[in-house]
Design a protein around this ligand. Structure first.
Ligand SMILES: Cc1cc2nc3c(=O)[nH]c(=O)nc-3n(C[C@H](O)[C@H](O)[C@H](O)COP(=O)(O)OP(=O)(O)OC[C@H]3O[C@@H](n4cnc5c(N)ncnc54)[C@H](O)[C@@H]3O)c2cc1C
Length: 499
């Protein structure tokens, strides 16, 4: 872990390590946020019940078993996930089941490929700002000196001056698209350097807050001491993460109620809560709501005891962003030697990235060893609502053929195509009303990758950090020592510079 990592105790409590006997909690949602909360609570002696709607753990980072037509079983997921090195809270969570993080394997580079052979590499960039920014700009094939002189330096500087109050105050009402336009990068450089980045958060850039985009720049690049490289899971998430977590939580006596949906929560007795589900009910001193945005809105709508109007308005004003599509293909011919396991793509229509699973994941590699061929996954994020699936597949396949011509003659032996819409929107102007982890109700907290956090964070890491924080607020009721919340520096390198 880098020297610059901060460990915060939020809320600041330094009491005993465990709660008094008899404390109980219900965690609703078994994604990363819910599992993070359940883990900390159970480790501190709380009697935890975890209620998860699906028959598998992990939510959007989950995995389930399927069979190919050959009869071979495999684990299907919601798609490729990058585990960045500055995901300190996620890593701390995963160390519970894998102290050396052997489940992760590094990817040395993830080039961005564009039309006409354009390549932008992130390999071996210096880790520290401003050297990483200078080096990336200098090596970009799409940026000459004349281009640099035309760039709006004042606006670009905001990537180095991140400060939550100031950045969101100034830029939350602007869209990410408007902000990127205002930098005046030449179109090709804008595409290569920024399109993939802004798309990785699933939101179309015209509908995403520029404040949120600047926080992401800080978190992933300009404020990130770990560099841009990331790791991937070498085995399916079910085998490497969720099965070990089920065992870990069972050892901590967590009761797992899988395949059960929470419907409402209500007050019971002196300061307790009851969660009503489609199969029954469960009572406890405290509740963590770690579900998706629509599920949280439904739960709150059905729970008159969560009656504080300002907070209800915050929950009601949350939104989902556009759907995303994940298309996994089993091909009968291999991809060319030397292809990167994962690439971002730009300027080739709706496709956002290509993963070659047989190059990094053991189950896919074993299939490749048995059959030859390739296992390829194509992603499209922020898909326009109403897009025709067959049309989208034609575009995705066209982009694959353009970038990897050796796949043009491949036969698709097997395929799985998912379109889902459950990633949160970060619309311009949404920061002020975004709900934090604490709620106005004693004993109830909210967690998930959509909540407002006091540290820069995103996606899986935001989910886990919010889960830890949700547990900490509940533990603080008994003045029990909190789980540290780890963070990169909360402000940009030049945050003190007036601009
Ligand atoms: C295609 C794709 C690629 C991604 N790639 C990356 C990546 O590369 N890097 C990265 O950091 N992040 C990535 N993400 C984002 C990451 O998956 C999410 O940020 C993270 O998993 C969110 O976790 P969560 O716990 O907040 O929510 P979820 O995972 O959505 O968990 C919510 C849980 O609540 C359950 N639930 C819902 N309603 C109820 C109910 N009524 N009762 C009980 N349970 C309920 C759901 O079944 C689910 O398990 C990606 C996401 C997708 C979809």
């Amino acid at each position: 872990m880098a020297r610059l990592v901060r460990e915060l105790h939020l809320p600041c409590v330094t009491g005993p390590h465990a709660v008094p006997e008899g404390r109980s909690a219900v965690v609703v949602g078994g994604g990363l946020a819910g599992v993070a909360a359940a883990t900390v609570l159970a480790e501190r002696g709380v009697d935890v019940t975890l209620v998860e709607r699906e028959g598998f753990m992990g939510g959007r980072a989950g995995a389930w078993s399927e069979r190919l037509s050959s009869g071979e079983s495999f684990e299907m997921e919601r798609g490729f996930h990058a585990f960045f090195r500055q995901y300190y809270n996620l890593r701390a969570l995963l160390r519970r089941i894998d102290p050396e993080l052997e489940l992760l394997v590094p990817l040395e580079d993830y080039p961005i490929l564009g039309p006409d052979g354009e390549v932008q590499s992130f390999r071996d960039l210096p880790r520290r700002t401003p050297f990483n920014v200078m080096s990336l700009t200098a090596r970009s094939p799409a940026l000459g000196l004349a281009d640099l002189l035309r760039v709006n330096g004042r606006r670009a500087l905001e990537m180095l001056t991140y400060d939550a109050g100031r950045t969101y105050g100034r830029r939350d009402h602007m869209s990410a698209g408007e902000y990127l336009d205002s930098l005046r990068f030449p179109p090709r450089a804008r595409r290569l350097l920024f399109d993939v980045f802004s798309h990785s958060f699933f939101n179309p850039e015209r509908e995403m807050s520029a404040g949120e985009l600047l926080m992401m720049f800080h978190f992933y690049f300009t404020g990130n001491p770990e560099g841009l490289v990331f790791d991937v899971a070498r085995r399916p998430f079910s085998r490497s993460i969720w099965e070990p977590f089920e065992r870990y939580l069972e050892d901590l006596r967590v009761t797992m109620r899988m395949g059960e949906s929470a419907r409402a929560i209500e007050r019971v007795g002196e300061g307790g809560w009851r969660v009503r589900t489609d199969e029954g009910r469960v009572e406890a001193d405290s509740v963590v709501l770690a579900v998706t945005v629509p599920a949280l809105q439904d739960l709150v709508a059905e729970s008159p005891d969560l009656g504080e109007p300002e907070w209800r308005h915050r929950i009601e004003s949350l939104e989902l962003t556009n759907p995303f599509a994940v298309w996994r293909l089993w091909l009968d011919r291999p991809t060319e030697r030397g292809r990167a396991p994962f690439v971002g793509t730009t300027g080739l229509g709706p496709i956002d990235n290509i993963s070659l699973y047989h190059l990094f994941e053991d189950e896919s590699r074993q299939w490749y060893e048995r059959h030859g061929g390739a296992i390829v996954e194509l992603h499209a994020y922020a898909v326009a609502t109403g897009t025709d699936d067959e049309q989208l597949k034609i575009q995705l396949l066209g982009a694959l053929h353009a970038l990897y011509p050796e796949t043009r003659n491949s036969r698709i032996l097997e395929q799985r195509y998912l379109v889902r819409q459950d990633c949160p929107a970060f619309a311009p102007g949404s920061y002020a009303s975004r709900p934090p982890v604490e709620t106005p109700f004693d004993g109830v907290t909210v967690a998930g990758d959509f909540v407002k956090l006091p540290i820069p964070s995103a996606l899986m890491e935001r989910a886990v950090a919010s889960g830890f924080l949700a547990a900490n607020y509940l533990l603080a009721r008994d003045r029990v020592l909190s789980e540290p919340i780890r963070s990169i520096p909360p402000r940009g390198l030049l945050a003190g510079v007036p601009s």
